[in-house]
Design a protein around this ligand. Structure first.
Ligand SMILES: [Ca+2]
Length: 428
């Protein structure tokens, strides 16, 4: 619901008070509105064309007949711009909670005036009456034609608007049916889940907020642009959309042919999931934005991971993808390090395809790997085959090759999900 609520509470004008409204298209009210808006929002060169005023004048609370509360909402429009002023007069001590501000469908944009749902909402010390966001005591002013950035972002982001997932600490989108099948390392998937903690999964939603190092040698296909503990309950949006025609497909075709030449690729389907200004848990208010773009051309498929502003966190982050048994996996450099987040995030500042903040991977199939003790190993992967880390083995195009090599000081030999690895300091 779109709602503008200067003072949402249980009121009753059946005995006392008046609820009045009027609109204006010329005269001194428009001049006043033009002057006010240009004063509060400079550099807009605003000219008011229409003003609507609604006043709750000395209205009583239910059931305390005789109390008197006065406030006003003023809608102001000019050109493509619109504003709301909320003016507060004398606010009797309320017996019910009061919410002041505005909300929109799916809460894409909303604002709560400080003091709402607290004892300082009403009475002689009401923060609504005594404070302001524009230095006019008792008045609050908001531009309400479009939201911050209108979901526009840096050039390397694909369109952000889409369906918004619910607000929840560790939730997931509902099951999303894909309008085209998506091939992920040889498996064909027809649906997907956008998980709030920064990953996509196919078979079932996945709520894990504790990132684990890839390769997991686990039982899950997962695409994780930014696996960490995120929280969209207070701020931020988890949005998703899919496309089978139009400019987004043209963009995807052009991008993929530029990053992976000689494929003569043509995009048939694009799926965009965006974590837009989402907070970390528990640091509500932090804002982190990133995006995963799945692109299919039938049997070929790709993922783009786009990174915007990444708030600083001391939490671990895993970025990349993994497959069942980790036959194929990838970790973006910086994962599980302090350079994953913050203004110097390597995700945002680097690239594997020379587009700052973007990472692109072909994910329909990978090169054949190796077999070691009946398990698959990705080409290029290495491990130690013994618990003392004396034999270092590497999967090459001609199979697994092992040489005698010890861990370097001060590394220690540790068991992993697959064989052993030398770790510097603490392991996963
Ligand atoms: Ca979370």
């Amino acid at each position: 619901m779109d709602i503008i609520a200067p003072f949402w509470t249980f009121m009753d004008n059946s005995q006392t008070g008046l609820i009045l409204y009027n609109q204006y298209t010329n005269g001194s009210v428009l001049q006043q509105a033009t002057q006010d808006i240009n004063s509060y929002f400079p550099n807009l060169n605003f000219s008011a064309e229409w003003v609507f005023v609604a006043t709750w004048y000395e209205v009583a609370y239910y059931p305390t007949t005789g109390t008197k509360t006065t406030f006003q909402v003023v809608l102001i429009s000019g050109g493509e711009k619109s504003f709301v002023l909320m003016n507060y007069g004398s606010l009797a001590e309320a017996v019910w909670n009061v919410q002041a501000g505005y909300d929109t469908i799916n809460s894409f944009h909303y604002f709560t005036i400080p003091g709402s749902l607290s004892s300082s909402a009403s009475g002689v010390n009401s923060t609504f009456s005594l404070s302001s966001n524009i230095n006019v005591t008792g008045r609050w002013a908001f531009q309400i034609d479009s939201g911050p950035d209108n979901f526009k972002f840096k050039g390397h982001f694909y369109p952000i608007p889409g369906l918004a997932s619910y607000r929840s600490l560790d939730g997931s989108s509902p099951l999303i049916y894909l309008q085209r099948p998506f091939v992920y390392f040889g498996k064909t998937y027809n649906y997907i889940y956008v998980n709030h903690n920064g990953h996509l999964t196919f078979n079932s939603p996945f709520s894990s907020y504790t990132p684990q190092r890839f390769p997991l040698y686990g039982s899950r296909d997962i695409i994780a642009p930014f696996w960490t503990d995120l929280d969209n309950r207070q701020n931020g949006f988890v949005l998703y959309n899919q496309y089978t025609s139009g400019s987004v497909l043209q963009q995807a075709t052009q991008d993929i042919n530029s990053y992976f030449p000689n494929l003569n690729f043509s995009a048939e389907w694009v799926f965009v999931a965006t974590w837009y200004e989402v907070a970390y848990f528990p640091t509500t208010g932090t804002k982190t934005t990133f995006q995963a773009v799945l692109i299919s051309g039938g049997q070929t498929s790709f993922v783009l991971m786009n990174y915007g502003a990444i708030a600083s966190t001391s939490q671990n982050v895993q970025a990349g993808y993994d497959t069942i048994d980790s036959v194929h996996h990838l970790t973006i450099p910086g994962s599980f390090s302090s350079s994953a987040s913050g203004v110097n995030s390597t995700f945002s500042l680097s690239s594997n395809i020379n587009v700052t903040g973007r990472w692109a991977f072909q994910i329909d199939s990978g090169p054949d790997g190796c077999q070691f003790k009946n398990r698959s190993v990705q080409l290029g992967d290495f491990f130690w085959s013994d618990s003392n880390c004396t034999q270092k083995c590497t999967c090459t195009t001609s199979g697994v090759h092992c040489i005698t090599k010890l861990c370097s000081f001060p590394e220690t030999c540790q068991q992993t999900n697959f064989q052993f690895l030398c770790f510097n300091g603490k392991s996963a």
